[in-house]
Design a protein around this ligand. Structure first.
Ligand code: BG6
Length: 490
């Protein structure tokens, strides 16, 4: 039985031999098969440069799924999935192969979806190859994933290249954070609860903190990472997406178009950070060796393939402001880094102080209410508030109290992972969890001056931090000089 209808598709995975396909896409397809989400007539066509037979490919897929799936393979599920698998040997730089591909795709019955799980340098060859022989025509869809450029100019180049052959409604740009359960839950939290909805503005909110802390280093991706740095790799996409979802106005409805329009308004409202304010609003750091979970890990400059003179940041902290009435005077403190003390992502909404303290006699300062949204791990929502100390002591003596949602999603085998959801949405043809052209370009418009300013100012030099700590000591400076503190990890 199919529990939710997806269309019958021919899903072509370019780069099926690569890391993304093996680690994420193939295990995700297995899970979708397990949840009976894939249409019976859907086929999965792995495309790559290899002389594999279909049987060899099936064996290779099974090895990858076994390795990267976090559960044992169920033979019934695997048998069903393996019947969908096909392999197509392709050199994306030669037209002849696309002509052959056209012969095996079923454009009459199935919607064709192309997943470009290849480095961006190969994107254009695929767009052109498909375009030249009409494999690009609506209703086919194409999925691409970051890095979408390293600056506005290179991002525009990719967007221009793809839009020569595909309409925006056919293009699915992945930011895998948008497929995460906890990120999706932000929409329901904000727009299904009047309690939060009505208190979501600068009258009530003092400031917002967004932390995405990683334990991993650069995982043998020196060349990629050194060109990107944490700002391009994480802030341009994932952190800005979180920021837009947390601050956007309520869309007219939950259509892709209206959600995206609201997000774009926020990206356009980001106040520029450039040479004028770079030192006051940013700190960047790079890890030296240290201990993570009791294990010594090398410095960034000692990673495989490292250039020992690299000035690339592996940590960044930015104070962000918005040109918006609703968010006037509300700073957003963003921080993210590799090789930090713990892996966790969290949004902390800190509310303003009470205008009048009725309880002054016993409580000089009333601590601020906080809404703490833990995105990962162990998703949860906590509210910090004040209550009376119980008992026969002074009746107006208060103490801090916390309520925590018991709805935190337990890690089970049935939990949906970001790639499963995004693949499913692409099979349904729904674009709301994908990033549109304007979002990618607006984000770069804001990032470019920051990176430029770092190059121009000597003052904002890279701060070193030991792996396994919370980043450079100076990153506290940005929030402390505003009289605020980072909410502690607990
Ligand atoms: C990727 C970045 O987009 O996201 C990686 O390229 C990063 O450098 C990863 O480690 C983090 O994703 P997650 O889902 O583990 O938070």
């Amino acid at each position: 039985m199919i529990t939710e209808i997806t269309q019958a598709c021919d899903l072509v995975i370019f780069g099926t031999k690569g890391d993304l396909a093996r680690r994420k896409l193939l295990p995700a397809l297995y899970k979708l098969e397990k949840f009976k989400k894939i249409h019976p007539d859907t086929r999965i066509i792995g495309a790559g440069r290899a002389d594999w037979t279909k049987e060899e490919y099936i064996k290779i897929v099974k090895i990858a799924i076994k390795k990267f799936l976090k559960e044992d393979i169920d033979n019934n599920v695997w048998n069903k999935l393996s019947l969908r698998l096909h392999f197509f040997n392709i050199d994306v730089y030669k037209d002849l192969y696309f002509i052959k591909l056209k012969k095996i795709l079923d454009q009459t019955k199935n919607t064709i979806i192309y997943y470009c799980a290849v480095p961006p340098s190969a994107f254009n060859a695929i767009f052109k190859g498909l375009g030249k022989i009409g494999l690009n025509l609506f209703p086919s869809r194409i999925i691409i994933e970051k890095p979408l450029g390293t600056c506005l100019k290179t991002c525009k180049e990719i967007n221009d290249q793809i839009s020569k052959y595909f309409l925006e409604s056919q293009i699915f740009r992945i930011d895998h954070y948008l497929g995460k359960e906890s990120i999706l839950n932000l929409f329901s939290l904000r727009f299904a609860n009047l309690l939060f909805f009505n208190n979501w503005n600068n009258q009530i909110i003092d400031h917002i903190q967004i932390t995405v802390s990683e334990e991993v280093g650069i995982e043998n991706r020196w060349n990629y990472f050194d060109e990107m740095g944490q700002t391009r790799d994480m802030v341009q996409n994932h952190l800005l997406q979180i920021l837009t979802i947390i601050t956007m106005d309520q869309p007219k409805d939950i259509s892709s178009e209206n959600i995206r329009n609201e997000k774009i308004k926020i990206l356009r409202a980001l106040k520029t950070i450039d040479i004028e304010n770079i030192n006051n609003q940013t700190v960047r750091g790079q890890y030296i060796s240290g201990n993570i979970n009791g294990k010594k890990v090398p410095a960034y400059l000692e990673e495989n393939g490292a250039n020992p003179k690299s000035q690339t940041e592996t940590f960044v902290c930015i104070k962000v402001e918005l040109k918006s009435d609703k968010w006037f005077n509300v700073p957003f403190y963003l921080r993210t880094g590799k090789r930090l003390a713990h892996k966790y992502s969290e949004i902390v909404i800190v509310f303003k102080n009470m205008p009048i303290n009725l309880f002054k006699k016993h409580n000089n300062n009333l601590s601020q209410n906080k809404l703490i949204i833990r995105l990962e791990p162990n998703e949860s929502i906590k509210i910090d508030f004040l209550k009376k100390i119980s008992g026969l002591n002074e009746i107006y003596e208060l103490t801090n109290n916390r309520i925590e949602s018991n709805s935190s999603i337990k890690k089970t085998h049935n939990q949906i992972d970001a790639y499963e959801r995004l693949l499913l949405e692409s099979m349904k043809g729904v674009q709301s969890l994908f990033v549109c052209r304007e979002e990618t370009e607006e984000a770069w418009k804001w990032i470019d001056p920051i990176i430029d300013a770092w190059k121009k100012t000597k003052k904002n030099s890279l701060q070193l931090y030991a792996a396994g700590t919370w980043g450079p000591k100076n990153s506290d400076k940005i929030i402390r000089k505003d009289g605020r503190n980072w909410h502690k990890f607990d």
